[in-house]
Design a binder for this molecule. Sequence first.
Ligand SMILES: CCCCCCCCCC/C=C\CCCC(=O)SCCNC(=O)CCNC(=O)[C@H](O)C(C)(C)COP(=O)(O)OP(=O)(O)OC[C@H]1O[C@@H](n2cnc3c(N)ncnc32)[C@H](O)[C@@H]1OP(=O)(O)O
Ligand code: FAD
Length: 667
Amino acid sequence: MSFLNKEICDGDNPDLTEERRTATFDTDRMAQVIYGSEKFAARRRQITKSISRIPALQDTKPLAFMTREEKITEACRELDVLSDHWEQLIYVNDEEEALHLHREVIGMEGHPFALHETMFIPTLVSQASDEQQEKWLGRARKREIIGCYAQTELGHGSNLRKLETTATYSPSTQEFILHTPTITALKWWPGALGKSSNYAIVMADLVIKNKSYGPHPFIVQLRDEKTHQPLPGITVGDIGPKMAFNGADNGFLGFDHFRIPRGNLLMRHNRVEPDGSYLKPPHAKIGYSSMVKVRSRMAMDQGLFMAQALVIAVRYSAVRRQGFLEDKSQEVKVLDYQTQQHRLFPSIARVYAFIFCGLETIQLYEKLILDVNKNGDTSGMADLHSLTSGLKSVVTHFTGQGIEQARMACGGHGYSMASYISEIYGVAVAGCTYEGENMVMLLQCARALVKAVELVEEGHPEKLSPMMAYLTKPSVTVDLTVGPEAYVKIFQLIAKKQAFKATEQLHKFMVAGDSRDVAWNKSAVELTKASRLHTRLYILKTFIRRVESITDISVKAALTDLLNLHLNYELLDVASYALADGIMSSTQMDFIKNQLYSSLEKIRPNAVSLMDSFQFSDLQLRSVLGRRDGHVYQNLFEWAKSSPLNQSEVLPSVTQYLKPMMEKSKL
Ligand SMILES: CCCCCCCCCC/C=C\CCCC(=O)SCCNC(=O)CCNC(=O)[C@H](O)C(C)(C)COP(=O)(O)OP(=O)(O)OC[C@H]1O[C@@H](n2cnc3c(N)ncnc32)[C@H](O)[C@@H]1OP(=O)(O)O
Ligand SMILES: Cc1cc2nc3c(=O)[nH]c(=O)nc-3n(C[C@H](O)[C@H](O)[C@H](O)COP(=O)(O)OP(=O)(O)OC[C@H]3O[C@@H](n4cnc5c(N)ncnc54)[C@H](O)[C@@H]3O)c2cc1C
């Protein structure tokens, strides 16, 4: 039975067509599972189709041949075209649809609205009072103003308590005076700050009557709305080229005693009264909610980054033929090599796992904001903070690894920017740093873990949150042949042992006389290991839960094969812990390896369709190697011919330097 007739096209590369015919499931149905609902999966397709009918968005010049200025201009042109069609393309104010639209049309290199959508608007939603939302949110949503999120400074990004930008309250004028006291206090890095934004959420240390209240969010107009010139007292600009994201104008920002009205402190959760009295928020870290929001999205976004790289690598591996197996009359698709499958398929499994986690954490954040804003209930904050801190770190790390493997799996052509994988890699690994440097966030997750272990040790296991309940599980002998639950049990034992070991080490240093901070630092590597295992356990359990809930039999069967691969791959990857602690035997290790290898064979016929199911358009992929039709070689040649270097036969550098040099050498 062939599910994919609607997608198979006679003009496509026959090797890819053959792959699509072997699929055992319907890619539209799989897309529903990936994107969380039939409705959204269908909307994505509809939006993609509508975009394909807008001539001004087709046939754009390859970004690889553009300068930064050209990339930024091109992104702005596309945004302008989108703006003209916005209401026909998507439901207004639907965040997921807006993100899809931007991803599809503008690609991944950044654009002036990236932070506007992902942080500026969400901060207004979560931190601005109703009155403030009335004033700014509507304008922001209509894109009358462009905003960004300016928190990080030249001298401090991780340690927010030491941010140096001050917002000093002046009761006589009822204003805050924003000031940048030192060079290290310059805001540095915020996306879209340098040249595009005319507004910013600025995180600054609130100072009232010489007392510091720590970082608070302020809405600040940076540029004149008519001329776009920086307002007097503001220094703003672009920080220069980066490893990737070069279509974005990450910026610097300084204030010289710049005055803003009292009403520009975002006051949904805290207030400064006209006389300068301060009303505390219901939770000290509520002002950090926009970071939690982005972190809660990152499993999904990073999963999609890795998915793009894998669509490219898997499709290309199905059209690339090199070397022989049994039949010496025809070279094999490189996808048939076990090493190629081992390089790519575990990452396919991770993509699905990460996306399932993302669907869950995005919802958890929405629920949290509702609880906080409607009922003042902040009880979910600590758990979501520790979960998303660990998750963003683990997911970004593995995504970087997976994308790099995808690049190598494409051989030489993977290294060409025609593959687009290097750009995807550069963008994805920025996630290891932004929204909390990975080690710093793993250590945040470890704080919750250590507290939980201490509760168990103090005899209060009933106080543990459900995610920590495994810390009370006794050691058991496990029969791996019984299925996923057995793998969960072993993983739980491994994660539990590491959490207790790291905590024990911390306590040992403290008993020996170290302060908690010093003991913490001496135990930090072990603590981060505990956080990673804890997070990988969550990912594994989420994957199992999600697959169990699927009703379409063929989709479920295909994902069960991926899940089995994931379980075996993950357990093998942490086997050194299990062997050292006697949790697993070497016979069990052999069993896991064999299961892993047979999973690769099972997944092989579905590999292309598992990636087709993401339904990325060629416009979004921007990859010659990853083209849907598989016509790689002729298009690589066309791409190379369009290089600016090939627009003339003899370059000026040859006439100016090489020719005279060669002539001189003849003398
Ligand atoms: C086109 C493609 C689209 C794809 C979409 C992708 C999106 C891409 C576009 C966006 C691109 C880039 C965006 C990047 C934006 C940024 O990077 S913004 C800047 C982000 N900066 C950070 O993340 C800084 C990291 N640092 C921190 O978060 C904090 O400083 C840190 C948590 C490390 C510590 O904060 P402190 O204030 O010092 O707190 P402590 O005293 O250490 O902790 C006290 C307790 O509070 C708990 N805590 C901390 N934070 C939170 C929180 N948010 N919620 C709940 N609780 C929190 C902490 O754990 C302590 O708890 P304990 O005492 O142990 O119980
Ligand atoms: C592409 C990109 C986009 C960004 N966009 C924005 C934006 O829109 N708005 C914004 O405000 N910021 C933005 N940032 C800044 C980003 O959030 C910070 O760079 C990030 O939070 C890391 O902080 P840092 O640069 O101070 O790193 P540092 O903290 O200086 O990290 C350097 C090293 O020190 C280690 N380290 C630091 N503290 C500890 C600790 N307590 N324990 C153990 N190790 C530690 C880290 O692990 C790391 O190895 C962006 C950054 C990038 C790369």
